[in-house]
Each structure stands twice: as structure tokens, then as C-alpha cells.
Design a protein around this ligand. Structure first.
Ligand SMILES: CC(C)(COP(=O)(O)O)[C@@H](O)C(=O)NCCC(=O)O
Ligand SMILES: [Mn+2]
Length: 908
């Protein structure tokens, strides 16, 4: 065979050829394929579908009637609208799709390996996403096009009912709130065939605010800390931890077109106590007339370059430049907004639009702040939360409101703002779907992984169109106040408006994920810091942002190829590149833009961003190619290992893991290497260079623990959790043989793999096939996999050889780790892994992402072995005082201080 795939050569052919070759070859084989010889199942008994109380909906004569699964929690997909005077806000839920990648190819691979799906549970279990989108009410048609293009009113493109429904359903009911729910009900019926189930606007606002403040949105790495409410004074934003037991009563001020002031006493307990007709619509409308601005954001941006003292009459203008200190007013205090425009000699055209916009903004913000304070005073309330789209994260607006509240209350009341300020009503309407009640949400949480103000991009088409216009969002800066009751104009120009892409694109996404757990074997979770590299060091941040930026073109190529290189994939690839570059640029400008941010978050951001653009597995082809090549040589490796004595074998196994960790498509240096040989050649080369001592070399301590010494008999581990890393040689020739050794020694093994793809990491979904293939060549693996429920029926050929009546084997199992990143934050693992960890007395972390970038300093309640090859020069120097391709074998016996032996690295 002469294809590049069969030679396992990286450098000689392009991906398209490889894919074609594999497909042709697969098809050929399929023609003569034999019946699968084994089927697989997962050890877990979690059901895939909750069929309880299932009922056929509609006409029983229908060929494809919709089956209603009232208790199937996965199958939720809803849209809710808040149609205001100026903006329409949408909140909709989408499930994580099944991996869409090349299903045909996946199936044919399975056949090739002689596998069927059996009753295997499919991964991933991770929930879905809550999307936030806004449109101008004046552009209702754009909004309807969006809903229609995504079929959101029919449960979304991914919904089974959408796929099966041939006829448009005219009985769809959608939750909506805001005045437009009444005004535009007929248009929605006509255009989308949906009826609006109208929810009370105030009720929705309160429900949305209560949800965010009580249940809230977590920031990914700090689950317990809800970053929803914050104060904003003198340009400083500070998150406020809300005591859930001391939330009520509070004042909610929603600044939309007009302003509603609501006293909230509890869940569903509220009263609209006041309001003002001078609100966001006033600013926009008047501002438009005065400045000819085309949009709210343009008007706001204009204000940043304004000097309102050209328009406003100040105390100093009246008092000849002096303060009126007797009553505490500085000369720069606004005595009368727009007071200077009474001049007979000037026309509108004589005023700068910038100054007019700022003056208007100050007038309205100050007024709202003051009225809110007076209402707080009236009801004795100390907490005032401001929401609504008027605010848009604009520092100056928030400072003005905060100043007013603080000034008039003499520091007794506090203005707080909400991160999801504009979506309270829509979120409240969304929550009002019965199935989306808090009961359901309790098992999940909303995680804003990489917030960009109002959360970021989702609607591809818009992003593709506007992608080139996107500039990196800029930080907010402190406006200067006089301290005496008036505001100076903003000091710095152009750096106050948070010009994030979301504002231009009207887009946001929150992740709706099952609540994850702290890994039970983690010592000291409260002080645990997953990241080894500190990205608050500007040098480090710049280096890593540059590395990721340099990887980008190649990643985009891989991602596009993984989706067949179609025009759609290319468009999405472009959009992904723009979005990810915007993230990198923003972080470069404002390192704390996403809160506490380590290298693990940065690497995860890349994966999340790929998924955002529906690249579900960019390295799928590479992974499959490497798996096949490695599985082909596995029998020889196992034979070689079996010919060794136990000491040599253990060393060869650890060497094998370290050597095979070189197959890392996230490392620039390694990817360059792949042009120089076949998979097997590189693997052999890597093994040859495995001379000890390694850079960190605790092998002898580990060997003693595993094999004992002298007369001391080894005490086998009961259960080992192996956090595996990459596909191909790494898992097949590295970790699986190590797992086999542990199994032989009576240790149960749980292979812990990613729930979602990240680079070329193997996923929990992909592992059973590999285990089943390995089981064909290894009785230990086969029996352990059977015992662990991975293989349902024994492989006939082996049974027939008379191996049936052997003693029961320890189990080989698989657990998903709950994440989709090359690193792992052990404060957030799947409940499946947490349960499997209970009886474990050995943890093996493998790979640079899991054992070095994260968890190098993690301590465990059991023995831990950290194995990795360092595939980055800077990291090798910085962390290990070594060189690229150094190897790390760190063994940390339970409750003992790290006693690693660091040695000089070998030249490569
Ligand atoms: C993303 C990775 C952590 C994956 O390494 P692995 O866990 O597979 O060993 C690693 O490839 C990495 O840090 N890459 C970026 C740096 C570079 O290109 O050198
Ligand atoms: Mn990896």
C-alpha cells in the first residue's frame, strides 16, 4: 500500500488526500467487511432518554408523529422575547450538538474495527448554551429573519421536532414580554406562525433580576463566586458578593426607553413604585435629533470626545469662576444642563455634537440616579440595582449614576449594576416556561466562560459580515470627578466605551452546564491553583498570546478541513479566526478582561471559540489516522514488553508514556517534527532519546512502590485513575500498556478522558473503540474491559481458544472528566469521575496540559504520578530550568512533600 496514511507519513501529502485515501480504502473494506465481533457498552447506567410518561402527540395515523418526552431534560430548546420600545431582546437555549463531524467516516471506522455501538452511552453530557441576542425594534424584520433562519420558534435547527416536521407548525406558542408582545403579536403570527404567550413585563424583569442575583452566572474557574452585580465608582468596577439570605428588599431600576423603578421584596413579590419618562429613549431620540447620529452606540461613542461645559451652565459660569462652597458646590458642578444653549447668538450647528451628546448623557444619568435615590429613601432601601440597555457597560454612565446615588444619600445607599443588564425581562420570560423552572436549572448552572461584557458572538452570519470591522474591545478608564457634586468631562478620549464586538453584533452566549464537582482526591481545594504559569506577568501573557496567535492559521486550516473544506466551513473558519483574534487582542489590552485568567483558561478559550463556530472536533482526522497507525503496532509492542523482566518492563512502560507524549498537535515544535517522519519513526526516535535521568526523575521511587524492594512485597494499588491525554501513540502505545500493567497487578483502572474534544486529545467517547481494538490483542485488557462493562460480549475467537474459565478480572473502566480543554481544573470535574475517585489510591496525570500547565503543584490525598514531555522551550527553561523535550516523571506519595530529583536535561 502506498498511500501516505498507510505509511503514516505526516509530511508528504495534504489532508484532503489522506481523507480521500482513507475513505476509499474504508469503502473497499466495507464491501467485504465481516460482522462485528463484539459490541460495547458503558459501565454507567445513566439513561440516554427519559421515556417516562412518553406520549404520542398529534394524529396517531401520522407516519412520523412527534413523541413528547415530558421528563426528558436534555430535549429543551426554547426562545423567549422581550420586545421593548427601542430594542428586542431574545434569549434562547441550544443544546450541545452531537459531534457533527464526518459521521459516515466514523461509522465506517467502527465497522472496520468490527465494532458496533451497542448500548454505549454517548458523550458528551455537557448541557447547552443560553444565547442572548438583541435587535433594534425598528428592525423587527431582521429579528424575525434571525428566528426563522435558526428555526428557533420550532425548537431550533437541532431539535428533533424540527427535523421530522414536514409541515410548519402553526400552533407554536412562544413566551414574550414587553409592550411589543402586544403590538407585534399579529406580525409574529403572520411571519412565523407563532402565538405569543404574554408575560407581565414587571414580573419578568424581577424574575430575571432575582435569577441572576440568586442563582446567578458563575465564572468558569471560580464556580462559587458569582460575578453578576458590581459597583462602579470613579472608573473602578468591583464585584459584589450578594448574600442570598439578605437580598430582599432591594430597588430595581430598569432603564430601557423609559425607566421603571421597582421595589422587590421577594420571589414574585414586588411593586412598581415609580418611574420616569426620561430614559434611554430620551437620550437616543434627542441625541439623534441633536447630533444626526445613526445609532445609540454611535451617540454614546461621540460622548466620549465631548466637553459638556460648552453646553451646560456650570456653577462657575454663574459665580464668575468661583465655587459656591457654602452649599458644597464646586465651580464645575452642572447648575443647568444645556443652560448655555439659551444664548441668542448660537444655532445648533455652532455646538459640537460630541459636547451635546455628553451633556445629554450626563443630564439623563444624573437625573435617573437622583430619582432612584429618592425612591430608595422613600422605602428605606440601601441596595439599588440598575439594569436595562441604557447602561451598556458604559463606565461614564455608571459613574454618573453611582455618583448621584452616593452624593444624595451621603454614602448610605449604593448603586449596583448587573452584567446582564439588558436581558432581565427576556430572561424572566424564558424562566417562565414551565420546564425551565428553577427546579430544572438546579442541576445545572450558567457559566459565563469568557465574558466580553454582554457575552460574545454566536450568530455566524452577522459575525462573518462584520468580522473585519471588529476591533479589540478596549478597557474602561476612570473619569475624573470634582468631588463636589459635579463631574468633569471624561479625561481620556475613546477609552471609556466598552467597544466590544457584542455591542456591534448584539450577541451573547452563556454556557448551561451540569454542576461540576471538586475532585474528591484533591488536597486543599480552597487553596488549589490549577495554573502553573502566572499570566498576570505581562511577559508571560504576551508570549502565550503570541504563541496562540501564531498557531491560528494552521488551526483554522485543520478546522476547515475537519468539516470537509466546504464554503460554509471556510466562512466559519474566517469568523472563528476573527473572533479568537479579538479575544487575544482584548486580553493583550486588558489582561483582567475575563477575571482571573491563567494559561489553562486561554487554551480552553480557544476550544470554546472553535465550538462556538461549530467546529466540534478540528483534529478528528488526525486523531483517527494516529489511532489506526498505533493500533497496528500495538501487538508487537505488547510482545516486546512481555519478553522483559518486571523492572525493565516498568521502565519501558514509563518511557513509552513519556516518548509517546510527543504527539501533541498543540505544540509548534512537535508539529514541525511531524514533517520529518512517519508516526512510528517519530515514536521510535522519541523512545531512543529517553535516556535517564529525566529532567524530573522519580522513577526509582515509583518503581519501589510498585515492585517493592528486597524482601518487601509490593502492595498493589486498589484503583488507579489515569488522566489520559492525546490520541494515537500517546494513548495506544503509552497509557494503555501502562494500564495493562496495573491491571495485571490487580489494580482497577479508570481511564479518565475529556468529555469534549480539545486539540488531539482523546475523548471519553472515543476510548471504548480503542480499548475494544486493543482487547483483540490482549487478554488482560479484554477481560478487564468486560469486567468494567466496556465489552458486552466476549470476543468469540478468544473464547473459543478455551480461555473462558479464568478467574474474575479487575475492571477497566472509562470516565469522562467533564471538560473540553487540554488542561484540567480539578475543582470542576464530572460527577461520574468524582464517584469513580472514591476508592482510588493512585492518580496518574499525563501530558503537558494536565500535569504541567495545570496541576504541577496540585497535591492529592493519594499517591500521584505526573508524567509529561515538555514540548515548549520557554516552559522548559522557566519551570524546570531545562530544555524542550525534557521529560517529567514526578511521583508524589500521599501526604509527603514533593521530593523530586531534578537533573540536567539531555540535548536533543
Ligand atoms: C496545548 C498543550 C498543553 C498540549 O500538550 P499535551 O497536554 O497534549 O501534552 C501544549 O501543546 C502547549 O502548551 N502548546 C502551546 C505551546 C507551543 O506551541 O509550544
Ligand atoms: Mn493533549
Amino acid at each position: 500500500m502506498d498511500s501516505c496514511e498507510n505509511e503514516n507519513h505526516y509530511g508528504d501529502c495534504n489532508k484532503g488526500d489522506v481523507l480521500k485515501q482513507i475513505e476509499e480504502e474504508t469503502e473497499e473494506k466495507e464491501k467485504g467487511a465481516s460482522t462485528p465481533s463484539s459490541s460495547m457498552s458503558r459501565s454507567s447506567s445513566r439513561p440516554q432518554l427519559d421515556l417516562s410518561r412518553a406520549a404520542i402527540q398529534g394524529d396517531l395515523e401520522d407516519r412520523n408523529p412527534t413523541i413528547l418526552l415530558p421528563n426528558q431534560s436534555d430535549d429543551i430548546s426554547h426562545l423567549a422575547l422581550d420586545i421593548g420600545g427601542s430594542l428586542i431582546k431574545l434569549v434562547y437555549f441550544s443544546r450541545h450538538e452531537e459531534l457533527s463531524v464526518d459521521d459516515k467516516r466514523r461509522k465506517s471506522m467502527k465497522k472496520r474495527f468490527g465494532l458496533s455501538n451497542g448500548n454505549r452511552r454517548s458523550y458528551p453530557i455537557l448541557g447547552g448554551r443560553l444565547h442572548f441576542v438583541k435587535f433594534e425594534t425598528g428592525k423587527l424584520n431582521e429579528c424575525l429573519d434571525f428566528i426563522s433562519s435558526k428555526q428557533l420558534h420550532r425548537g431550533g435547527i437541532d431539535s428533533p421536532s424540527w427535523r421530522s416536521a414536514a409541515q410548519p407548525n402553526h400552533n407554536i406558542v412562544m413566551k414574550a414580554t414587553g409592550g411589543g408582545a402586544y403590538k407585534f403579536a399579529d406580525v409574529l403570527k403572520e411571519r412565523l406562525g407563532v402565538s405569543l404567550d404574554k408575560e407581565d413585563e414587571m414580573h419578568c424583569l424581577v424574575a430575571g433580576a432575582n435569577f441572576l442575583l440568586k442563582v446567578g452566572v458563575a465564572v468558569s474557574t471560580e464556580q462559587a463566586i458569582r460575578h453578576e452585580a458590581f459597583t462602579h465608582m470613579d472608573g473602578q468596577k468591583e464585584f459584589v458578593q450578594i448574600d442570598q439570605n439578605d437580598l430582599f428588599p432591594y430597588l430595581l431600576v430598569n432603564i430601557g426607553s423609559g425607566v421603571s423603578i421597582i421595589k422587590v421584596d421577594g420571589e414574585g413579590k414586588f411593586e412598581r413604585v415609580s418611574g420616569t419618562n426620561v430614559g434611554g429613549g430620551t437620550y437616543w431620540g434627542l441625541g439623534r435629533l441633536l447630533t444626526k447620529c445613526k445609532s445609540f452606540d454611535e451617540l454614546l461613542e461621540l460622548s466620549q470626545r465631548g466637553d459638556s461645559s460648552n453646553v451646560d451652565m456650570l456653577v462657575g459660569d454663574i459665580y464668575g469662576g468661583m465655587d459656591y462652597s457654602k452649599i458644597g458646590l464646586s465651580a464645575s458642578t452642572i447648575a443647568s444642563s444645556f443652560g448655555k444653549t439659551i444664548s441668542d447668538t448660537k444655532e445648533l450647528s455652532d455646538y459640537r455634537p460630541e459636547d451635546l451628546s455628553l451633556s445629554l448623557l450626563r443630564m439623563i444619568s444624573y437625573n435617573i440616579g437622583q430619582i432612584s435615590y429618592l425612591n430608595a429613601l422613600r422605602y428605606g432601601l440601601k441596595k439599588i440595582f440598575f439594569g436595562g440597555f441604557f447602561i451598556r457597560g458604559h463606565a461614564y454612565t455608571m459613574d454618573t449614576i453611582s455618583f448621584a446615588v452616593n452624593f444624595w444619600s451621603k454614602g448610605q445607599a449604593q448603586a449596583m449594576f448587573l452584567r446582564h443588564e439588558g436581558f432581565l425581562g427576556a430572561l424572566g420570560a424564558f424562566m417562565s416556561y414551565e420546564k425551565h423552572g428553577l427546579d430544572y436549572l438546579r442541576a445545572h448552572q450558567l457559566v459565563e466562560r469568557f465574558p466580553m461584557g454582554a457575552p460574545y458572538i454566536s450568530w455566524m452570519e452577522k459575525f462573518v459580515q462584520k468580522g473585519t470591522q471588529i476591533t479589540a474591545p478596549v478597557p474602561t478608564a476612570a473619569p475624573r470627578t470634582t468631588g463636589l457634586g459635579g463631574f468633569d468631562r471624561p479625561l481620556s478620549r475613546g477609552d471609556i466605551l466598552r467597544s466590544d464586538a457584542s455591542a456591534a453584533l448584539s450577541i451573547g452566549v452563556l454556557h448551561f452546564v451540569p454542576t461540576l464537582e471538586v475532585f474528591p482526591l484533591l488536597e486543599g481545594p480552597k487553596t488549589y491553583e490549577p495554573n502553573t504559569i502566572d499570566l498576570t506577568d505581562p511577559g508571560e501573557l504576551e508570549y502565550w498570546l503570541t504563541v496562540l496567535s501564531e498557531h491560528l492559521p494552521d488551526l483554522v486550516d485543520k478546522a476547515v478541513a475537519s468539516e470537509g473544506g466546504t464554503d460554509d466551513a471556510k466562512r466559519r473558519g474566517d469568523a472563528f479566526a476573527h473572533a479568537f483574534s479579538a479575544h487575544l487582542a482584548r486580553l493583550m489590552e486588558e489582561p483582567a478582561a475575563y477575571g482571573k485568567f491563567g494559561l489553562a483558561n486561554l487554551l480552553e478559550l480557544r476550544e470554546e471559540c472553535l465550538r462556538e463556530f461549530q467546529f466540534m472536533d478540528a483534529y478528528i482526522t488526525i486523531k483517527q489516522r494516529e489511532n489506526e497507525a498505533s493500533l497496528a503496532v500495538l501487538p508487537d509492542l505488547l510482545m516486546e514488553l512481555d519478553s522483559m523482566n518486571e523492572e525493565d518492563r516498568l521502565l519501558a512502560l514509563i518511557e513509552g508514556v513519556l516518548a509517546a507524549n510527543i504527539f501533541d498537535w498543540g505544540s509548534r515544535a512537535c508539529v514541525d517534527l511531524y514533517h520529518k517522519g512517519t508516526i512510528i519513526e517519530i515514536y521510535r526516535m522519541s523512545r531512543k532519546k529517553m535516556q535517564r535521568p529525566w529532567r524530573v526523575d522519580d522513577f526509582d521511587i515509583f518503581k519501589k512502590r510498585m515492585l517493592g524492594s528486597g524482601d518487601e512485597k509490593p502492595n498493589p494499588y486498589k484503583r488507579a485513575l489515569l488522566f489520559v491525554d492525546n490520541s494515537g501513540a500517546d494513548i495506544v502505545l503509552g497509557m494503555l500498556p501502562l494500564a495493562r500493567e496495573l491491571l495485571r497487578r490487580g489494580t482497577e483502572v479508570v481511564l479518565v478522558a475529556n468529555s469534549l474534544p480539545a486539540l488531539n486529545d482523546i475523548t471519553a467517547n472515543e476510548l471504548p473503540e480503542i480499548v475494544a481494538e486493543a482487547a483483540k490483542h490482549c487478554d488482560t485488557i479484554r477481560r478487564a474491559a468486560e469486567a468494567g462493562g466496556l465489552l458486552v460480549d466476549a470476543m468469540v475467537s478468544i473464547q473459543e481458544k478455551g480461555l473462558k474459565n479464568q478467574s474474575p478480572s479487575v475492571s477497566l473502566m472509562i470516565a469522562e472528566n467533564g471538560c473540553g480543554s487540554p488542561c484540567i481544573d480539578l475543582r470542576q470535574v464530572s460527577s461520574e469521575l468524582a464517584a469513580d475517585a472514591k476508592d482510588a489510591d493512585l492518580v496518574i496525570l499525563e501530558g503537558m496540559g494536565r500535569a504541567i500547565h495545570t496541576n504541577l503543584n496540585a497535591r492529592f490525598k493519594c499517591d500521584a504520578l505526573k508524567l509529561a514531555m515538555v514540548k515548549n522551550q520557554r516552559l522548559a527553561e522557566k519551570v524546570f530550568n531545562g530544555k524542550i523535550y525534557d521529560c517529567i516523571c514526578r511521583f508524589e506519595p500521599r501526604n509527603e512533600p514533593v521530593a523530586s530529583t531534578e537533573t540536567d536535561s539531555w540535548d536533543n
